[in-house]
Every structure is written in structure tokens, then in C-alpha cells.
Write a protein that binds this ligand. Structure first.
Ligand SMILES: [Ca+2]
Ligand SMILES: [Ca+2]
Length: 699
């Protein structure tokens, strides 16, 4: 049973698919437009009549031990997909090493039976050795950067709040909460006194944040604390300029933290509190917004690169080496500081041709590995145009070229190769007289994907673990496995875009979940495809997901993501659509999905087809009637015909049925009464078999 529990598909899918079922009695359900058809032709095998590969998903125990099961697979199909044995959890041991023993055994048995093996699946968020992966990380992303300014409402005075604008009052007042009963953190909160109920008029009492920078299509998680003076309050968040709305939240009298995740539509976004629905007095505090698709913040190797530590004209971890009449002081105020409250301000009164070093400040030594590349980034501007700056290293001196510095904040990057086990960086500012402001200096391992911010060490380890697994798999099966699901289920359900831990549900007690995107960001899939291509340039590489026939937003997100990845150079040869569907799944949705997938020009594979018949998954002792079988057969028939109709022949990479008999299905475990496959528990061909066969025969 272990294999069954681990096999094949996310548990959360059950709720998604079954959620669309009607709960009416059986008799009434079949009043729809579905045709029962006449599915009686059993003269196969399927692969003989298909102009494309027919596949079956298999599990190792029945394939190795049950000759009837094995013979059906080899008779009907030309290719198999392993339910579990090629997944990360099956291959990777707790110490991170790869063990191919079980996968090889099944591979050999399959090829001896004349079957090809499709590789499944390299980068997923489930069925992984998360025990190993979690040893690489601290498991949290608490360092994520808050992109919202003054979310704690501390800045401002009286009834004004820096970075916030009242849009609509409708008789309400916006004032500062104070005192321990009104404030969640610090000394001030946002207090909104709304005297009126406004049915449908949430927007009538509204305060908006300033615009903040967002990355289009990234998910942003907003959290805030709120309470009301009396029970029965209501609050809602929304976004601008493109309006997106959180549902109404009932607000009680105890401080409660509310979370909302939205997908950014623009390069700059604001949030708004829509407080008009219910008359009440509200207190809001500690609003935070984080980019959940961004790699966690990287920890700089350099200490005090933001120049916040120190006082007056001293900077902790920095030493002035040469002045030559220049002064080193703390910049302050928004015009002189890039981040926080202090910057490094260098006022150099003299030009010194060839004398960059004459005005010089050095960092403390930090640990480096000789011959490894390190990337320095910093922000700089000058009081007047025509400034010049240069970085250098010590103890072994290496020099960046002179950088012309203008009056706008600019980020400058320099990569150097370490020569020593400990290195310092120096700012050489002597070339041109000017006043310079320097802030937010970061030094990271240049191989880190982090754009600035977690734990650069963790990111590198997770990246390395992905590379090791993909490279190991494709190298071991080079020339044997010709196509792979490289990335599985990258999209979240609903319309949230990229899947991350924050927008995914994890069953209680599940120990095999790990979200690569939480560490490697939106480009985690890019890395996966790059590693796969490097390890086996001849392999066909697929991206695979589910629910595409029933969720247009998810389908569109996936196609957009594929376009994005290809634009960044990923070799993606095909898209797999799992198609765990039901007898009454929308046929229009199926057609639409195939049409959109075909338009990508990529190979399209139905990767895990099965068709549920039980209209009520929690109903015990459900026994399918001939009518149930007929509707199931009709749906199988429709899917195959739609695939042939809408996917051009050159793009058809085939159809894989997700199992052999109803007793083996992943859907028939854990006490569920489901019968989704082509063969019954005694391996007799069902009408569903004829439904597929007749579609292949054009009937
Ligand atoms: Ca506060
Ligand atoms: Ca600073």
C-alpha cells in the first residue's frame, strides 16, 4: 500500500475535481447533454489503431508480479510512465546520494516487455525526499523584504500617515490610534471611524497606499492586523491601478491577522483598505507585503553594507584609509540615503589624476574561497555630474575600472575572483572632486541566483540539489529514456500564477513536500530545463500540469510561463496535460484547452488520463450502473477525438492512461469508490476501453 499512497498525484486534486460534481441523486444527474453512445468494439489493441504512442502509467508491484497486468500493458501500449519509482523521493537517499536500484529493476522489466519508458518526474513539489532537502535549508523565509512603506503607520503626525492617501470618506474619519488598546505595534495605528453601513459600497470609505514596485505576474502576500470596537465589522483589501478584490472579512473585537495573496498586474501597485460596508470603528496596524515569488533575501558576506550601524561619522566594520582632505560622514534624509536612515557620504575637494586610492575607505575582511567569483553591488550617486568611483580588493589588490557617477541613484555591479581566504573591498574615490553618497553594498557568491536578499548559502545548496538530481537522472538514463517531465505542476490552482508554498495546500502530516520555487524563485523551472538540456541534449523535455481543461486562468498562466521560460532560453519540447477528469467534465473546456495548447506549436501529450464515474466520492458502496459505464466511455471517446481533432499530427506526443485496472487506480485507494480506468478489477475490458478504441478508429 505504500506504493499506492505515494503514487501518482496530489491529494488536493481530489477536492478540486470532485468539487464540481453535483450532489443530486444519480438519476437526475444523467439528464444532461451527455451521450451514452454505443461502445462495444473490443477488438484492439489500442496501439495498433493509434497514430501516436499509447502509454500506460504503471506501478512496480503489479508490473513485476502480476503477469496479466504486465501482458495487458505490453499488448495495449508502447510506452509506460512509472507512477513513483523515478521521482525524487524514490531515488534520493537521506544523505543526498542517488540510488537507481528499484527504478532500474522496473526499467529492465519494462524494456524486456517491449515497452519504452517515459521519464517522470524531475522537479515537483511532492513525492520528494524532503527529509534530505530540508537539511539544506532553515525552512523559513522570514527575511523576506516588506515592499510596503509605512505599513506600521508610525510615520506621519496627527491624522496624516506618510505614504497613505484617503480616497473616500463618506462621513468617516481617518485618525491615528494610540495607546496599547488601539495599537498593535509601535505608537500609532490607522483608526477608521465609519458611521454608516453602505451595502455594496466597500469603496466608499477608502484609504490607499502609495504605489510600490512590483514584478508583473509575481504573487504578493499582504498581511495586516485589524480589530473593531464592536463585533460585526467588515474589511476588504483591493489593489490599484488594476482593481482586484479580496472577499469581505468579518472583523471582531480581538486583534486578528488577515492574509491575502494577489498577483501583480503592473510594475507598480497600490493596496487600498475598503472599509465602507459596515459602520464601526476599526484599528489597522503592521501591514506587510512580500513578493512570494522572489528568491529569499540573500545574506551579504559584507557586514554593515547599508551603513546603518555606527554613529555620527563612524561606520561599524568600515575603516577610512586615506583622506587627502576629504571627509567621510553619514548621509541622512531621503535625498542622501538609498535605504534606511544612513548612507556613506564622501566629500572630496580635489581631483587626483591617477590617485583614486588617495580617498579611500575599506571594509572589514570577510570570508572568501580562493578562485571563486564574488559579486559586489552598491548604490551610488554624486551631488553634481561627472563624479568617478572605483572598487578594489585587498589584501591582494584587484581593481574595478573607473565608473562615471551622475546625480541619480545607480546600482553598480562588479565581479571579482577571490585570491585570498579573507578579502576586503575598498572604495577608491580620489579621482574626481565631488560629494558622493554610497549605500546598500552587498557582496555575494556570484553563482548565487539571489538578486539580493534569504540565505545565499541555502539557495546555493537547493540549487545544487536540483542540479545533482536532474543531472544524475538524465545521465544514468541517457539513450534509454528519450523524454522527461522536467517540471511538474508549476502553476497554482485558482488564478494565482506560479505555485509556491504560500498558495498551495499541504495535507496534514505530509512529509514529502518541498517547494523549489520558494528558494530559487520564478526561474526555478528555467534552471531545471537548463540542467536537463546540459545532461542530455537529445532528450525531449516536457512541462506537465493538471486541471487545464477546467481552469482557463491556470491554462493561460502555464502557457505564459512556458513562453517566459523559452524567452529566457529554456529548451521546452512539449506540454503534458494530465487530464484527471470526470464523466461530466466540460467538453467545451477540453476543446478549448487542446486548441490553446496546439497553438504553442509544442508537442502535446495527455499524460495521466483517467475518468471518474462516481458522482459522489464520499458516498460509500457506490456501484457503477451500465449508464455510468456508458457515460464514462463517452467521455473517453470524446477526449481522444478532441485530441485528434485539435492537436495537429506532428504535435501529438501521445496519450497515457493513468493505470490499468480499476482496482489499481490511485483514485480507488483510501476507501474511495472510484472506477476510472479501461479495465475492471478482473481485467475485463470496460465500455471505456471501447470508447478509446473507437475514437482511435474514427468512430
Ligand atoms: Ca504601528
Ligand atoms: Ca543605509
Amino acid at each position: 500500500m505504500t506504493i499506492k499512497i505515494k503514487q501518482i498525484i496530489p491529494v488536493i486534486l481530489l477536492g478540486v475535481i470532485w468539487g464540481v460534481h453535483s450532489c443530486k441523486p444519480d438519476k437526475d444527474i444523467y439528464n444532461g447533454a451527455n451521450s451514452t453512445g454505443n461502445f462495444t468494439d473490443t477488438v484492439g489493441p489500442l496501439k495498433t489503431y493509434a497514430g501516436f504512442p499509447i502509454g500506460i502509467g504503471i506501478d512496480n508491484q503489479p508490473f513485476l508480479n502480476d503477469a496479466t497486468y504486465r501482458n495487458i500493458v505490453s499488448r495495449e501500449a508502447s510506452v509506460v510512465t512509472f507512477g513513483y519509482l523515478m521521482k525524487h523521493g524514490a531515488i534520493v537517499k537521506d544523505d543526498g546520494t542517488l540510488d537507481f536500484t528499484a527504478a532500474d529493476q522496473l526499467y529492465n522489466a519494462a524494456t524486456q516487455a517491449g515497452l519504452e519508458v517515459y521519464g517522470h518526474t524531475l522537479v515537483w513539489h511532492q513525492n520528494q525526499n524532503a527529509t534530505y532537502l530540508n537539511t539544506l535549508t532553515s525552512g523559513s523565509n522570514d527575511n523576506a523584504v516588506n515592499v510596503l512603506a509605512n505599513g506600521d503607520f508610525e510615520a506621519g503626525s496627527g491624522n496624516t500617515f506618510t505614504n497613505w492617501s484617503v480616497y473616500n470618506t463618506n462621513g468617516a474619519t481617518f485618525t491615528a490610534g494610540s495607546g496599547s488598546s488601539e495599537v498593535h505595534g509601535g505608537n500609532r495605528s490607522l483608526k477608521i471611524t465609519n458611521p454608516n453601513d453602505n451595502a455594496g459600497g466597500q469603496w466608499k470609505v477608502q484609504i490607499a497606499s502609495d504605489l510600490f514596485n512590483t514584478v508583473q505576474d509575481h504573487n504578493y502576500k499582504v498581511t495586516f492586523w485589524i480589530k473593531a470596537a464592536t463585533a460585526g465589522g467588515s474589511a476588504r483589501l483591493s489593489t490599484g491601478p488594476t482593481a482586484q478584490y479580496q472577499g469581505d472579512h468579518t472583523i471582531g473585537t480581538a486583534w486578528t491577522q488577515i492574509t491575502w495573496t494577489f498577483t501583480a498586474k503592473e510594475a507598480q501597485t497600490r493596496i487600498l483598505f475598503d472599509m465602507g460596508l459596515k459602520a464601526n470603528t476599526y484599528f489597522i496596524d503592521d501591514v506587510k507585503i512580500i513578493d512570494v515569488d522572489a528568491p529569499p533575501p540573500v545574506t551579504s558576506l559584507l557586514l554593515n553594507g547599508n551603513f546603518e550601524a555606527g554613529s555620527g561619522n563612524t561606520f561599524t566594520n568600515w575603516s577610512v584609509y586615506n583622506t587627502n582632505g576629504a571627509t567621510f560622514t553619514a548621509g541622512s534624509g531621503s535625498s542622501e540615503v538609498h535605504g534606511g536612515n544612513r548612507s556613506l557620504k564622501i566629500t572630496n575637494p580635489n581631483d587626483n589624476a591617477g590617485g583614486q586610492w588617495k580617498v579611500q575607505i575599506a571594509s572589514d575582511l570577510f570570508t572568501t574561497t580562493p578562485n571563486k567569483d564574488y559579486k559586489v553591488t552598491f548604490w551610488i550617486k554624486a551631488a553634481t555630474a561627472g563624479g568617478s568611483a572605483r572598487l578594489s580588493t585587498g589584501p591582494t589588490a584587484q581593481y574595478q575600472g573607473d565608473q562615471t557617477i551622475g546625480t541619480a541613484w545607480t546600482q553598480i555591479t562588479w565581479t571579482f575572483t577571490a585570491k585570498d581566504a579573507q578579502t576586503r573591498i575598498l572604495f577608491d574615490m580620489g579621482l574626481k572632486a565631488n560629494t558622493y553618497f554610497i549605500d546598500d553594498v552587498v557582496v555575494v557568491d556570484a553563482s548565487s541566483s539571489g538578486s539580493g536578499g534569504g540565505n545565499q548559502n541555502e539557495i546555493a545548496k537547493v540549487d545544487d540539489a536540483m542540479k545533482t538530481f536532474i543531472t544524475g537522472m538524465l545521465t544514468h538514463y541517457k539513450g534509454k529514456v528519450k523524454a522527461w517531465d522536467v517540471v511538474n505542476e508549476p502553476m497554482a490552482d485558482g488564478n494565482s500564477g506560479l505555485r509556491v508554498k504560500d498558495n498551495s495546500s499541504i495535507p496534514q502530516g505530509a512529509k514529502d513536500f518541498f517547494f523549489w520555487s520558494d528558494y530559487l524563485g520564478r526561474d526555478y523551472a528555467l534552471k531545471a530545463f537548463q540542467y536537463a538540456k546540459a545532461a542530455d541534449p537529445d532528450a525531449l523535455l516536457f512541462i506537465n500540469d493538471y486541471g487545464l481543461e477546467s481552469n482557463q486562468a491556470k491554462l493561460d498562466s502555464l502557457i505564459k510561463y512556458v513562453t517566459y521560460l523559452k524567452g529566457k532560453g529554456a529548451k521546452i519540447d512539449g506540454i503534458g496535460t494530465q487530464m484527471h477528469i470526470s464523466w461530466n467534465t466540460s467538453r467545451a473546456g477540453i476543446d478549448a484547452a487542446f486548441q490553446k495548447l496546439a497553438a504553442t506549436g509544442l508537442k502535446i501529450k495527455i499524460s495521466e488520463l483517467d475518468v471518474k464515474v462516481n458522482p459522489d466520492p464520499v458516498k460509500p458502496n457506490f456501484a457503477p450502473s451500465p449508464t455510468n459505464w456508458a457515460y464514462q466511455a463517452a467521455m473517453y471517446n470524446y477526449v481522444v477525438k478532441s485530441y485528434i481533432k485539435y492537436i495537429p499530427a506532428a504535435q501529438r506526443y501521445g496519450i497515457t492512461i493513468w493505470g490499468v485496472s480499476d482496482k489499481d487506480s490511485w483514485l480507488a485507494t483510501n476507501g474511495r469508490f472510484e472506477f476510472p480506468l479501461l479495465f475492471d478489477k478482473d481485467y475485463n475490458k470496460k465500455p471505456a476501453y471501447s470508447g478509446v478504441l473507437q475514437a482511435l478508429k474514427g468512430q
